[in-house]
Write a protein that binds this ligand. Structure first.
Ligand code: LLP
Length: 431
């Protein structure tokens, strides 16, 4: 199987985190997001241990909440001792309402409004990751008005192509995020930040992309960032105490995707960082990263009920489900690949189908050209694997379909983390 939390019992019925997927679908209905809480915690611990072993005191992973943001996630993160990266007042409010400590929140975003800045300052968010010069000025003024000195990191664009799909390539010089080194603007950004009396400039941030598999991407990022830190020291006589390299490690969506040995990659990053810092005669800063996908993706599965099987002789066949681009827009947006499994049958003849949703447009495909048993029919259930990241968090109410619930699986038990939306919820804001 794709990941070791997906198995089958003797009869061939699908199990997720050791629990019967059909029984869960009977109990909670479909479409249904399942999240394996034990796996989420295991992934957090993998990062926490690697950070402790390779980077030392003061360094730590921050969970990127954009991958999956709801209260239970932040309770888990608080209990595991993770920091978090948040990108909106909504994510911050969700974390705080789960009891997540404000001081461990790093607040991102390239378009923070005055209201956003005020909200985060008033909630006591630990660190702002400042994206641009406009934000720098507004944040400094807002901090001054409150008589505080706000800790910040400055988002720098290192100019790296991580060879991932365009929409999630964030390291190249001309992306909308951060301030590029190559054009000389990053140095001016640092210089300006150092004149802001109500900002405590702790260090630098960068994020080069998501679904990154190439091993040397982070090593090249280290080289560029340490090179820039040395220039800043030489030119402005400043030594930073924090360095954040963002998120991005890839995960396996299909059997063709490679396995990422994340602790091994982190060990290499630590070695390279120490080597480059000592060559530049710079001290080791607190080291941060912001994994999202690699914490939650393999903890997720989406279960659908088949509504119709449609054969168009000489063309193709569809399996039409009770979900679609509303609960998983990733194929539509990025051409993302997924592994799809029937929850019961695994033997016998198979056929190729496009797995479609029930939205009113032909592009509403969850995954094209998947293999399912011949004889798959209305009422059967299918599961899409590895949907823990960027599925629930990107779900919409297109066509006014209510969003599915999120059910957590923990030590052999299940419980609702997010209840199913109703049609009343969907029209609740209409005046
Ligand atoms: N830090 C920053 C500043 C980010 O922009 C991101 C992701 C992360 C951390 C977490 O990256 P991860 O470890 O999850 O790769 N919706 C797209 C992914 C967008 C990623 C945006 N930024 C998708 O479904 O593939």
């Amino acid at each position: 199987m794709l990941t070791d939390n997906i198995t089958r019992d003797e009869s061939g019925a699908l199990l997720f985190a050791g629990q019967s997927v059909n029984a869960l679908a009977d109990r909670y209905g479909t479409p249904l997001y399942l999240m394996d809480e034990d796996r989420i915690r295991q992934n957090c611990r993998m990062y926490l241990e690697a950070f402790r072993d390779y980077f030392g005191e003061g360094s730590r992973p921050l969970y990127a909440g954009k991958a999956a943001s709801f209260r239970q996630m932040y309770r888990i993160m608080a209990e595991e001792g993770m920091g978090i990266d948040a990108v909106s007042p909504g994510e911050i409010a969700t974390a705080l309402s789960a009891g997540f400590p404000a001081e461990n929140i790093y607040y991102h975003g390239d378009g923070k409004t005055d209201a956003d800045i005020a909200f985060a300052l008033d909630k006591g968010v630990g660190c702002f990751i400042v994206d641009n010069g406009d934000e720098l000025i507004s944040l400094n003024e807002a901090a001054e008005a409150r008589g505080i000195r706000q800790k910040v990191l400055l988002r720098i664009t290192p100019g790296i192509d991580p060879h991932t799909y365009a929409a999630i390539n964030t390291g190249a010089v001309d992306v909308k995020f951060g301030v590029p080194i190559e054009t000389g603007q990053a140095m001016e950004f640092v210089r300006a930040a150092m004149t802001m009396e109500n900002l405590d400039v702790a260090g630098l941030h960068c994020h080069v992309g998501s679904m990154v598999f190439f091993e040397n991407v982070y090593l090249r990022t280290v080289d560029l960032m340490v090179g820039f830190m040395a220039e800043v020291r030489d030119e402005l006589d400043i030594t930073f105490r924090e360095l954040n390299l963002g998120g991005g490690y890839g995960v396996r969506y299909t059997d063709d995707d490679p396995h990422s040995d994340i602790p091994a990659r982190l060990r290499e990053v630590a070695a390279r960082l120490k080597e480059k810092l000592s060559a530049a005669d710079l001290p080791l800063p607190n080291f941060l990263m912001e994994p999202g996908r690699s914490i939650v993706a393999d903890a997720g599965m989406t279960v659908y009920t088949v509504c119709s099987v449609k054969r168009i002789p000489g063309y193709k066949s569809y399996v039409i489900t009770d979900g679609g681009m509303t609960d998983n827009p990733r194929y539509c947006l990025y051409g993302a690949e997924y592994t799809v499994l029937h929850t019961e049958k695994r033997r016998g003849l198979r056929a190729i189908y496009d797995l479609a949703g029930r939205c009113c447009e032909s592009g509403d495909i969850i995954q094209p050209a998947i293999s399912l048993p011949v004889g798959t029919h209305r009422g059967d259930r299918v599961a899409v694997c590895t949907t823990g990241a960027y599925n629930y968090s990107m779900a919409s109410n297109y066509n006014r379909f209510p969003r599915p619930p999120v059910v957590m699986l923990r030590r052999g038990e299940s419980f609702l983390a997010v209840r199913r939306e109703t049609v009343e919820d969907v029209c609740a804001l209409d005046i």
